[in-house]
Design a protein around this ligand. Structure first.
Ligand SMILES: [Zn+2]
Ligand SMILES: [Zn+2]
Length: 336
C-alpha cells in the first residue's frame, strides 16, 4: 500500500481506495461525497454504493462499474480483495486486501452501534488496520441513539403544535433518523426538504422501509404544524425553516456533543446521533481486529495513535486531506 497524492494505492492490485482525484481503477467504500468522487474510469463497490452514488453524481460520473457483494472475493492483479460491512451508511464497506501472506483492511468510515438502515460492521482480523478518527478523542462518547430520539419525541409531546425540524445529512443520517423515529413509534408522515428526498427514494428502492414520507416544500403551512420535518443542516437555521410555524430546531450529529457547536448554529435541541465510531468504539475495534499496526486516515489521529501505542500497537498518521468533508457539508439548494 502506497500513499499517493490521489490517495491510498494498492500497487500489487493496481487500484486506489476512495481516491481523492479521478483515477483509472478505484474501489469506493461508500457513497459520501468525500469518498465517492466523480471521474474514475472503473469503480468497484457494493451495488448499493453504486446506486446511491449514481443518484447523487449522475449516471456518467464513473465510466464503468462492477458491483461486489459482501464477502465475495475477487483477484485484482496479484491481490485478493473483498468487501465487508462497515455499518456506516447503506452499502458502506470495508476493503480487505490480501497480498502474499499479509492482510490489510481499509475500514472507510464506520460505526459499531446497530443501524436499522444498513448491515452492521463485521471485524476482520488483519495485520494492518486503516481507520478513521473523526471522533478520536475521549470526550466523544455517543449516547444510545434511541435515547436521543426519545428527547425529540419528548419535546414534541411538550410542544405538540410546534413544527420539529431536524437537521441531518442527506445520505445516511436522514434515513437513520427516520428509521429510529419509526422504531420509537412515530408512524405519522415525515416531511422532507427537497435535498433529502432523492436519497430516501434510493434507500426505499433498495428495500429499506421508511414509511410515509412527504415533500415539505409543497405542504400547506397548516399541515406542518406539529409535524416532523427533516432538512439538511444548512437549511434548519435559515430562511427555509423560518416559514415553518414556531419551529423547534434540532440537529442530529456526533458534533452535538460539543455544546458550543449547537449553540453557534442556533440549535435548540441537539441530538448526538453519529454515523462514525466514538472513542470507545474506535479503540474496541482496533483491539478486536488484533492488528499490530494501525494507519489513521483523518480526524484526531494523535490521540488515537497515542492510546493504541500504550497497548503496544504501532500507529501511523496518513494525514489524507479531503476526507471528512461530508460531515461539514452545507445545504444543497432546494430543487425547484
Ligand atoms: Zn462517510
Ligand atoms: Zn468520510
Amino acid at each position: 500500500m502506497k500513499i499517493c497524492p490521489e490517495g491510498l494505492y494498492c500497487e500489487p492490485g493496481g487500484f486506489f481506495v476512495d481516491p481523492l482525484r479521478a483515477v483509472d481503477r478505484a474501489i469506493v467504500t461508500h457513497a459520501h461525497s468525500d469518498h465517492a468522487r466523480p471521474g474514475h474510469r472503473h469503480v468497484l463497490a457494493t451495488a448499493e454504493t453504486i446506486a446511491i452514488a449514481r443518484q447523487r453524481m449522475g449516471l456518467g460520473a464513473w465510466r464503468s462499474t462492477q458491483a461486489l457483494a459482501y464477502g465475495e472475493a475477487v483477484t485484482l492483479g496479484e491481490a485478493r480483495v473483498w468487501l465487508q460491512p462497515a455499518g456506516h451508511v447503506l452499502g458502506s464497506a470495508q476493503v480487505a486486501i490480501e497480498y502474499r501472506a499479509s492482510r490489510i483492511v481499509i475500514s472507510g468510515d464506520y460505526k459499531r452501534t446497530p443501524d436499522p438502515t444498513c448491515a452492521g460492521f463485521e471485524p476482520i482480523p488483519c495485520d494492518v488496520f486503516v481507520t478513521e478518527a473523526t471522533f478520536g478523542l475521549p470526550v466523544f462518547r455517543h449516547p444510545p441513539p434511541c435515547h436521543e430520539v426519545g428527547k425529540l419525541l419528548a419535546s414534541h409531546h411538550l410542544f405538540p403544535a410546534r413544527t420539529h425540524v431536524v437537521g441531518c445529512y442527506a445520505l445516511g443520517k436522514c434515513q437513520r433518523v427516520i428509521a429510529l423515529l419509526r422504531q420509537a413509534g412515530w408512524h405519522a408522515p415525515i416531511y422532507l426538504h427537497g435535498a433529502l428526498a432523492n436519497v430516501c427514494q434510493v434507500y426505499t428502492s433498495l428495500g429499506v422501509e421508511l414509511g410515509d414520507l412527504r415533500p415539505a416544500t409543497t405542504a400547506a403551512k397548516k399541515q406542518l404544524e406539529g409535524a416532523m420535518v427533516l432538512a439538511p443542516p444548512g437549511a434548519v437555521d435559515d430562511r427555509w425553516s423560518r416559514r415553518l410555524s414556531d419551529p423547534v430546531v434540532a440537529l442530529a450529529s456526533g458534533w452535538m456533543r460539543v455544546r458550543q457547536r449547537a449553540r453557534s448554529r442556533g440549535v435548540e435541541l441537539p441530538l448526538v446521533i453519529s454515523d462514525h465510531a466514538d472513542w470507545d468504539e474506535l479503540n474496541a475495534t482496533i483491539d478486536e481486529v488484533g492488528a499490530p499496526e494501525i494507519w489513521v486516515t483523518h480526524g484526531n489521529e494523535e490521540a488515537l495513535i497515542h492510546a493504541a501505542g500504550l497497548r503496544g500497537i504501532q500507529g501511523r498518521a496518513l494525514r489524507l486531506l479531503g476526507y471528512g468533508e461530508e460531515e461539514a457539508e452545507i445545504a444543497e439548494p432546494e430543487p425547484a
